[in-house]
Design a binder for this molecule. Structure first.
Ligand SMILES: C[S@@+](CC[C@H](N)C(=O)[O-])C[C@H]1O[C@@H](n2cnc3c(N)ncnc32)[C@H](O)[C@@H]1O
Length: 223
């Protein structure tokens, strides 16, 4: 916990200066590219590299997941924020997979029932207004047996660190300005939505400018 706090305190001033210069989308993209370079991209590839057929990526942001889909995936990338989607454009064109960016939200996916072979969340359930509604939508649009993959930061499972994250969440929300919460845990939500969790990997990335939250790569399935 002390290492995480020291990391945050060391980098927060520079990040706040950067936040004043860049827009929200450009700031996120800049910081997350550092995180990708320090190992997160390997987890993105592990989660998406075997997905084929119709895939919905929910909250696609600036398109940092696009490079990791194989050529035979046809991805609908749903994103509500036009600023993020504008940065995703060039990445869409450079990807091996066919990717269409669609405006929409996790809680009301613009897709028919059972129309997708897989769904992907990359650092999204932390900021979705209603995670249970988002997962109910995944159950609706992904066919039975389809894959659900998540890359999420979570509340620490350690009691003191977890309680601190819960207490500090209002301050964190005010700092990040994009509705991100640091005290969520998607696993109970996945179970409540009736999704089968098959594999969970825990890891951390110490990237300059971003908190070293506990991260999870999650492989789940629609029963
Ligand atoms: C931290 S960014 C992650 C972007 C990208 N998925 C990635 O892996 O880098 C969170 C994204 O979730 C999107 N988002 C927030 N609320 C959402 C919602 N209710 N439905 C869909 N996307 C949402 C934001 O606009 C933003 O693009």
């Amino acid at each position: 916990m002390f290492r995480e706090l020291a990391h945050f305190a060391r980098h927060a001033p520079a990040t706040l200066r950067l936040k004043r210069r860049l827009g929200q989308g450009a700031l996120y993209d800049h910081l997350c590219a550092r995180q990708d370079g320090l190992g997160l991209a390997t987890w993105r590839a592990a989660l998406c590299g075997d997905l084929r057929g119709r895939v919905v990526e929910i909250g696609a942001g600036t398109g940092l997941m696009f490079a990791h889909y194989p050529a035979d995936a046809a991805v609908t990338a749903v994103e509500p924020d036009d600023g993020f989607a504008a940065i995703a454009g060039p990445r869409r064109a450079a990807a091996a997979a066919t990717i269409a960016v669609a405006r929409g939200t996790a809680e009301a996916l613009p897709l028919p029932d059972a129309s997708q072979d897989a769904a992907v969340f990359g650092l999204v359930l932390c900021s979705v207004g209603a995670p249970a509604a988002a997962l109910a939508e995944v159950r609706r649009v992904v066919r039975p047996g389809g894959a659900v993959r998540l890359l999420e930061h979570v509340r620490s499972p350690r009691p003191v660190a977890g309680a601190l994250m819960r207490a500090a969440n209002p301050l964190w929300r005010a700092l990040n300005g994009q509705g991100c919460n640091m005290h969520r845990d998607p696993l109970p939500d996945l179970a409540a939505a009736g999704l089968t969790v098959e594999r969970v990997e825990a890891f951390q990335v110490y990237a300059p400018g971003l908190p070293a939250f506990p991260l999870r790569a999650i492989w789940a399935r629609v029963p």
